[in-house]
Design a protein around this ligand. Structure first.
Ligand SMILES: *[C@@H]1O[C@H](CO)[C@@H](O)[C@H](O)[C@H]1NC(C)=O
Ligand SMILES: *[C@@H]1O[C@H](CO)[C@@H](O)[C@H](O)[C@H]1NC(C)=O
Length: 320
C-alpha cells in the first residue's frame, strides 16, 4: 500500500529538508526582483501615491517571479537527462559487490551482475546506492545503440572516468562478437541517463544488518528500491503506534537508530519526488517482533516514482 502524505500529517520537522534547491531559489527570488524593479518603482513613485506604488511593485515582482519560475522549470525539468563521460571496467564483479554500498553478494541479484562504481556526484554520500543507469558507448562500430543497464553498488575514487563497470556490464554495451574488442579498449566514451529500476516481482525489502543489537540498536539496509528516486528519510514505529523514531543514514543504503520501538515494526520512508518529497508507508508489520539479524524482510510496498532532475539536454526517447 502506498500513500502520499500531506505535510500536515507529518509528526516532526525533518521534511523541511526536502525543500529542494529550486524551491529555495524560488523563495529568494522576490528579494532579488525587488532590486531589479527598483528603477521602475521610482518612476511610479513620482506619479502615483505610495499605496499604489507598493501594490504595483509587489504585483510586478510576483509576475516576474512567476515568469522566471516557469522559464526555469520548463527549460530544465527532465525525467532523463543525458550526460557524456567515459567509463572503464573492473575485472572482478566481486570488487563491486563488496563496494561502498555494502550490498555484498546481494548486489548480484540487483543488476544481474551489471554493476557500477560511480563518482561522488552520482554516489551522493550513499543516497545514489541502488540507482539504475542506462549506459551506451559512443563508438557505433563497437557498441549497440541501446547500451546496457547498470546498478550503482560502489564509489569510484578514480577521477579519469565517471563510471567503472563490472566487466559483464562493460561487454554488454558491445555489439555481438565485439566483447573482446571493447575490453581491449579499456576506457570508452559513453552517454548515460538515470532510468527507473524495475524489480518486477520484488517489493522493497528491508534487511536487518548484522550490526543490530536487540533491543537497543537497529540497522537496516534497503534492497530492490524501484523507480527513480532517492530515500531521504526513514522512520520506524511499533505497528499501530504513532510514536515514530527517526532513523539516520549510516552509510549507503543502511539506516540505523538507537531508539528502537519494541514489538512488530512498521516503516515510513520519504523519497525525493520531483522538486518535492513523498511519504511511502509500509504499514504492516515489516519486521516481526522477533526480527533477526541477517534476515531480509518484505516491506509490502513498491517504490515506482520518478523524480525529475534539472538538466539539459533531456532524452527525447531517441534511445530506448
Ligand atoms: C586526477 O587526480 C590526480 C591525483 O590526485 C591528479 O594529479 C590529476 O590532475 C587529476 N586529474 C584530473 C583530470 O582531475
Ligand atoms: C516513543 O518511542 C521511544 C523509542 O521507542 C521511547 O523511548 C519513548 O518513551 C516513546 N514515547 C512515548 C510517548 O511513548
Amino acid at each position: 500500500m502506498i500513500r502520499a502524505f500531506g505535510g500536515l500529517h507529518v509528526g516532526h520537522v525533518r521534511p523541511l529538508l526536502l525543500i529542494s534547491g529550486e524551491i529555495l531559489t524560488f523563495l529568494y527570488i522576490p528579494q532579488f526582483l525587488e532590486l531589479l524593479s527598483y528603477p521602475t518603482s521610482l518612476y511610479i513613485t513620482s506619479q502615483q501615491n505610495k499605496t499604489t506604488n507598493t501594490y504595483s511593485h509587489t504585483l510586478m515582482a510576483l509576475f516576474l517571479c512567476f515568469l522566471i519560475f516557469l522559464l526555469a522549470s520548463s527549460a530544465t525539468a527532465c525525467d532523463r537527462c543525458v550526460h557524456q563521460t567515459k567509463a572503464a571496467y573492473f575485472n572482478k564483479a566481486s570488487a563491486l559487490s563488496s563496494g561502498a554500498c555494502g550490498y555484498g553478494s546481494l548486489a548480484l541479484g540487483l543488476g544481474d551482475g551489471q554493476l557500477a562504481a560511480a563518482v561522488p556526484s552520482i554516489f551522493k554520500d550513499g543516497a545514489g546506492c541502488g540507482a539504475c543507469f542506462q549506459i551506451r558507448c559512443k563508438n557505433p562500430s563497437l557498441c549497440t545503440k541501446a547500451g546496457t543497464r547498470v546498478v550503482v553498488t560502489d564509489l569510484n575514487h578514480n577521477n579519469q572516468t565517471e563510471f567503472v563497470l563490472s566487466s559483464r556490464a562493460f561487454t554488454a554495451m558491445a555489439q555481438k562478437g565485439q566483447g573482446q574488442q571493447i575490453l581491449k579498449a579499456g576506457i570508452v566514451d559513453i552517454e548515460y541517463k538515470r532510468v527507473p529500476c524495475d524489480y518486477k516481482n520484488q517489493n522493497l525489502a528491508v534487511r536487518v544488518e548484522e550490526s543490530s543489537q536487540k533491543p537497543n540498536y537497529l540497522a537496516i539496509k534497503f534492497l530492490y528500491q524501484g523507480g527513480q528516486t532517492e530515500i531521504v528519510g526513514v522512520d520506524v514505529a511499533k505497528v499501530g503506534s504513532s510514536n515514530w523514531s527517526f532513523m539516520s543514514r549510516n552509510h549507503g543504503p543502511v539506516w540505523d537508530t538507537s531508539r528502537v520501538p519494541q514489538g512488530p515494526l512498521q516503516f515510513r520512508i520519504v523519497v525525493t519526488a520531483g522538486y518535492d518529497g513523498k511519504w511511502i508507508w509500509a504499514q504492516k508489520a515489516v519486521l516481526p517482533v522477533d526480527w533477526k539479524n541477517g534476515v531480509v524482510y518484505d516491506s509490502g510496498v513498491k517504490i515506482t516514482d520518478i523524480a525529475q532532475e534539472g538538466c539539459s539536454p533531456c532524452d527525447e526517447n531517441t534511445w530506448s
